[in-house]
Design a protein around this ligand. Structure first.
Ligand SMILES: [Zn+2]
Length: 246
C-alpha cells in the first residue's frame, strides 16, 4: 500500500520545517521588583510590631540578588523603593513605567481584617495578631492587555512557592467587607487584582506577591528568618528566570 507512506513522508517534511525555524530568542528581561509601601506609610504592622515595609524591602532585595545571575545576558533586575510620601501611588506608577520593565513584581506581606485580630499589650504598646490566616496570595491584572502573561507568571511563582513547602491563603476570597476578592486560580491562591493601581496601570505583565501573613506570629517568625527568605526568593527567582518570552 503506497498510501501508507504518505503520513510518514508528511511527518518527515514537518520535522524538517520545524528544524528550519530560527531559534526563539527573547529580548533581555527588565524586571522591576517593587518594594511595597513608603517610609511614611509603611503598611501593616506585624505581630511583633515590625512595619511591613522592612519585610518587603528585605524580600525584594534578596529576590533581586537571586534573579540577577539567572537572567540572560543583558537582562536586569532592580529593586525599586519610593522614599517620599506617595498616597495616590502616582510616584510609584511613574517610576515603574520609566524603567520600561518587561515584568513587574510588587512585594508585600499580608494582614487580615480587623475582626480576626486579637490584642495584647507589650511594654505599654498595643500589638495585634491572628492565627486565622497564613500563606501566600498573588494578585494579577485580569482585565488588561497583560492579563494572560501576568497569570502565567503568577502560576509559575505559586508553583515554585508550593514546591518550596508554602501554601496559598484563600482568606481574601471570604465574602466579607474588605475582602470578597475574585479567585482566578484557587489552587494557587491567585486573585484578580485590577482594584490595585500598580496592577491596573501596568504596561508589562505584573504580579503583586503577598509573601505571607505577618500578623500571624508563627508565619512572622518564619519569614523573619534570613535563611527562610533566601530559600523562598531562590525558588521564586528560578521560576521567573524560566518563564517563556513575554
Ligand atoms: Zn502591603
Amino acid at each position: 500500500m503506497t498510501g501508507g507512506l504518505r503520513p510518514l513522508a508528511l511527518a518527515g517534511a514537518l520535522a524538517l520545517s520545524a528544524c528550519a525555524e530560527p531559534p526563539v530568542t527573547c529580548a533581555p528581561p527588565r524586571i522591576v521588583v517593587d518594594i511595597g509601601h513608603t517610609p511614611d506609610a509603611p503598611g501593616t504592622v506585624s505581630a511583633t510590631g515590625v512595619a511591613e515595609l522592612a519585610y518587603n524591602r528585605r524580600f525584594a532585595e534578596r529576590l533581586t540578588a537571586a534573579l540577577r545571575p539567572r537572567l540572560a545576558t543583558g537582562g536586569s533586575a532592580v529593586a525599586l523603593e519610593i522614599g517620599e510620601p506617595d498616597p495616590k501611588l502616582d510616584h510609584r506608577v511613574a517610576a515603574i513605567a520609566a524603567r520600561r520593565p518587561s515584568l513587574i513584581l510588587s512585594i508585600h506581606h499580608d494582614s487580615v481584617q480587623e475582626r480576626y485580630l486579637t490584642r495584647r499589650i507589650v511594654d505599654r504598646v498595643e500589638l495585634t495578631e491572628t492565627d486565622a490566616a497564613a500563606g501566600f496570595s498573588l494578585f494579577v491584572p485580569a482585565d488588561t492587555p497583560v492579563a494572560a502573561a501576568s497569570l502565567t507568571a503568577a502560576r509559575a511563582i505559586a508553583d515554585a512557592l508550593a514546591a518550596a513547602g508554602e501554601r496559598p491563603s484563600l482568606h481574601h476570597a471570604e465574602p466579607i467587607a474588605g475582602e470578597n476578592r475574585h479567585l482566578l486560580d484557587p489552587a494557587r491562591g491567585i486573585y484578580a487584582g485590577d482594584f490595585l493601581k500598580v496592577l491596573r496601570t501596568a504596561a508589562a505583565p505584573a504580579v503583586l506577591v503577598e509573601v505571607g501573613v505577618i500578623k500571624n506570629p508563627a508565619e512572622e517568625r518564619r519569614l523573619s528568618d534570613p535563611t527562610e527568605v533566601d530559600r523562598l526568593t531562590t525558588a521564586v527567582a528560578g521560576a521567573i528566570a524560566a518563564l517563556p518570552c513575554p
